[in-house]
Design a protein around this ligand. Structure first.
Ligand SMILES: Cc1cc2nc3c(=O)[nH]c(=O)nc-3n(C[C@H](O)[C@H](O)[C@H](O)COP(=O)(O)OP(=O)(O)OC[C@H]3O[C@@H](n4cnc5c(N)ncnc54)[C@H](O)[C@@H]3O)c2cc1C
Length: 420
């Protein structure tokens, strides 16, 4: 291998981003992935039962996610995303079926909160201000349960779907400072930064395949079915990688290693690295619905089990974040309950769920609590030649695509800076 080779373990978005950044900077990399495919928690697959392609979970990003925009640009994938022309968020009340929209103005001064037609029904502009101020002033240990009033109409109509969607953590124990970062970078930047973006075809077609195409052009070696089992050290340096398939890779004295692994595996591999120790799940229900083939888009849902319903290619895909809240409900019963809400949205028979699939991502995200947030390490480890990437590292953001991509950039920068 050439001098100063970087070995990247994990081909989720963090690892792909590190590989892309180093490759475009002219540095040689090899990418190792445990699964037979890249993408990690952000991928699409062919589902034989429903006979269509599905995403492992609904993913939404916003036009102001700068690392996402940059990554899509560098991988020629901007056109693979459906971008709403405006920051409009449709909602439905699961109990009454009532529908409304939050319609933000483009600029950063939020005059939309002064318009009854643009804000959540039955809320006053002062509700937004009185909720935002304590969040903006919150310390690192403040929980949202301490600063938000659950009796306010804004809580149920706005904070609940927004916070649970963004942080995937129950509001009472979620970190106010993590929400503040999201608010500043989205709502604080105005409607221009908040236009929703959703893959036109699928997650892999937007976030994985285009990056692999670029890496392939540069002849980057992607070794799938390579599960890292252990690292052999010489003093403060990683010197050999041992994989479960029996392969071993010796690292040269100038080589670097980027570990873009999920937090729960990092804890096993290198227990001395501080990582989040608590996680939250996300349940996704996909219904193959006749008669909606041409419909696309999404809606938020309040007061029900579903948080978001997305429509694409005749499939209604539903997100239930922080799914441990519903752990006592058996999957089959849950499908029936969620379908009732989807049926209300689509005006279909609520008693007869169409063919469907339910997937639970048990370790979907780290728990976005103040305690867990303080456990996140930076990209630089203190070892001579090892950097960390992954949404769980200290990006200042919750577990998101934006966070994963930023972590990949930081790890690549660490290699470039320290490798000289
Ligand atoms: C259901 C769901 C919905 C989500 N919705 C949104 C959303 O709407 N918006 C948003 O921005 N974000 C969302 N997210 C979060 C987003 O998907 C993640 O933050 C992001 O994909 C994490 O990327 P990563 O590279 O850090 O980690 P991962 O994707 O976990 O990548 C780690 C990679 O390492 C590999 N690996 C593991 N162990 C080994 C080993 N021993 N050796 C080699 N390789 C190994 C894994 O197979 C994986 O490919 C959602 C996540 C889920 C699960």
């Amino acid at each position: 291998m050439t001098e100063r080779h970087t070995h990247i373990i994990g081909a989720g978005l963090a690892g792909l981003q590190s590989a892309l950044q180093l490759t475009l900077a002219g540095l040689p990399v090899t990418l190792y992935e445990a699964a037979p495919f890249a993408g990690g928690r952000c991928r699409s697959f062919m589902d034989r039962e429903l006979g269509c392609r599905l995403d492992n979970g609904n993913h939404m990003v916003l036009s102001g996610n700068v690392a996402v925009q940059d990554y899509l640009y560098l991988t020629n994938a901007l056109d693979t995303m459906e971008r709403s022309p405006k920051a409009v968020f449709p909602f439905m009340d699961a109990q009454t079926g009532k529908k409304w929209e939050i319609r933000m103005n483009d600029g950063s001064f939020p005059w939309w909160v002064f318009s009854k037609k643009r804000r959540v029904p039955n809320t006053r502009w002062v509700d937004y201000l009185s909720a935002a101020l304590p969040i903006l002033r919150a310390g690192a240990e403040t929980k949202l349960g301490d600063v938000l009033n659950p009796d306010s109409p804004l809580y149920r109509g706005f904070w609940e779907p927004f916070i649970i969607g963004a942080l995937n953590t129950e509001i009472e124990s979620a970190s106010a400072s993590l929400l503040r970062s999201v608010l500043i970078q989205s709502f604080g930047a105005g409607g221009k930064a908040c236009a929703p973006m959703i893959p036109k075809v699928g997650l892999s077609e937007s976030f994985v395949q285009p990056c692999l195409n670029v890496l392939r052009q540069y002849e980057v070696d992607l070794r799938t079915t390579h599960r890292l089992r252990s690292i052999l050290w010489e003093g403060n340096q990683a010197r050999e990688l041992v994989f479960s398939n029996g392969n071993r890779v010796e690292m040269g004295p100038k080589d670097w290693l980027i570990l873009a692994l999920p937090a729960w595996f990092m804890r096993e591999l290198l227990p001395e690295v501080s990582t989040p120790t608590e996680f939250r799940s996300i349940l996704n229900a996909h219904f193959r619905v006749e008669g909606i083939e041409g419909r696309t888009g999404f809606t938020g849902v309040v007061g029900g089990y579903a948080e978001w319903i997305f429509l694409r290619d005749g499939v209604a895909s539903v997100t239930l974040s922080c799914a441990e809240r519903h752990a006592e409900i058996p999957t089959r019963a849950m499908a029936g309950l969620v379908w009732k809400e989807v049926a209300k949205f689509l005006d279909k028979d609520p008693e007869t769920p169409p063919p469907h699939r339910i997937f639970l991502e048990k370790y979907a995200t780290f728990a976005a609590t103040p305690e867990q947030n303080l456990r996140r390490p930076s990209a630089y480890t203190g070892w001579d030649n090892v950097a960390l990437a992954g949404e769980w590292t200290a990006t200042g953001l919750p577990s998101t695509i934006e966070g994963a991509l930023r972590s990949g950039i930081r790890a690549a920068q660490t290699v470039m800076r320290w490798a000289g």
